[in-house]
Design a protein around this ligand. Structure first.
Ligand code: GDD
Length: 327
């Protein structure tokens, strides 16, 4: 999106011994060629300061994080190091080395925990319920504090779940779209999930990056909720995804014994304790009135379209592999 607007884009990547670029490897070559990559880590304050004083970017999109909520329960310290320490490094580097940069910080709907009021907006109390959310709360307040104390242009984007065809495979939407694509191509291996009743507000990431950009084009820095205003359960996501391969799922049993069956009696969805979290954060539904009013932002992609985009993309990937095996 930034390239299409004529930006010079720099990205920061962590080096690894195989020199793989993670999800950036999914970008087409002609796009990758236009991005200057700098190898470093957000937890390295010197590196962040040096790169900001050298490049003096007009805009910074600080998305670097340990972003998997489930993992944060197992590795709280490394989540805190990256998500709190890394954000502090970025804020300090902006303050000391590039104070004219405008900063976007990826805050999150996870800050709301399990909200009693619905929908949630910028005034809804934050009650985090995971090490990930606690760390993001520290990031949120660091951004607010630096903005007010040093008069810097720093914004918090309180984004509800935003998914796409390049979502990591451990996140529930992609796990489902990949599983459905596999089953649609002849596999009988069921999709194994955790809490089917979790209620989330799922939107399409492409819509949300436009909102992030808009936050940095304002006259004054502020905090904004972005979401769809629609709530769905994991179970509904599963049903919508299977509909695309013409399978109607019927649910039987409850708790970890619940299964999703096809009309011909195949078990296509199972539940395992392994994928439950010690504490759930859900009951999410965004009230994006402020973004609509001030940013003129609203989501374009409906829930069923999001599911279709993700399942079709995974179906096409399997087709492409099959074709290349034939060739
Ligand atoms: N990952 C996963 N795997 N989640 C499952 C599963 C499963 O097998 N089964 C049920 N769930 C439920 C989780 O308990 C959670 O309530 C919901 O599905 C979504 O989980 P994730 O896809 O892992 O995403 P998330 O909501 O925890 O967090 C994502 O969205 C946040 C809000 O934008 C991440 O992108 C966060 O970094 C982000 O802050």
């Amino acid at each position: 999106m930034l390239l299409s607007k004529g930006y010079e884009v720099h990205g920061i990547l962590r080096r690894n011994s195989s020199m793989s670029k993670g999800t950036m490897d999914l970008l087409p070559e002609n796009i990758m060629k236009q991005i200057s990559i700098h190898y470093g880590d957000v937890t390295d304050g010197n590196f962040i300061s040096n790169i900001l004083s050298k490049e003096r970017p007009e805009e910074i999109y600080h998305l670097a994080a340990q972003s998997f909520v489930g993992y944060s329960f197992q590795n709280a310290l490394s989540t805190y190091d990256t998500n709190i320490g890394g954000t502090l490094n970025v804020c300090n580097a902006v303050k000391d080395s590039s104070p004219d940069s405008r900063l976007y910080f990826a805050a999150t709907s996870e800050l709301f925990g399990q909200p009693k009021e619905s929908p949630q907006n910028e005034l809804t109390p934050f009650v985090p319920r995971s090490p990930y959310a606690v760390a993001k709360l520290a990031g949120f307040w660091t951004v607010r504090t630096y903005r007010d104390a040093y008069r810097l242009f720093m914004t918090n984007g309180i984004l509800f779940n935003h998914e796409s065809e390049v979502r990591g495979p451990e996140f529930v939407t992609r796990k489902i779209s990949q599983g459905v694509a596999r089953i649609g191509n002849g596999s009988d291996e069921p999709i194994v999930l955790g809490n089917l009743g979790a209620v989330k507000d799922w939107g399409y990431a492409k819509d949300y990056v436009n909102g992030m950009w808009k936050m940095l084009q304002q006259d004054y820095p502020d905090d904004f909720v972005l979401g769809t205003g629609e709530a769905h359960t994991v179970r509904e996501f599963v049903e919508a995804a299977f509909t695309l391969i013409k399978i109607k799922i019927t649910w039987k049993g409850s708790g970890v014994n619940e299964v999703g069956l096809s009309e011909d009696g195949r078990t296509l969805v199972k539940v395992s304790r392994e994928f439950f979290r010690p504490l759930e954060s859900d009951n999410f539904r965004a009230d994006y009135t402020k973004a609509l009013k001030k940013l003129k932002w609203k989501p374009k992609t409906k829930f069923n379209d999001l599911v279709r985009i993700m399942v079709n993309s995974d179906m096409n990937k399997i087709k492409a592999i099959k074709l290349s095996n034939l060739a």
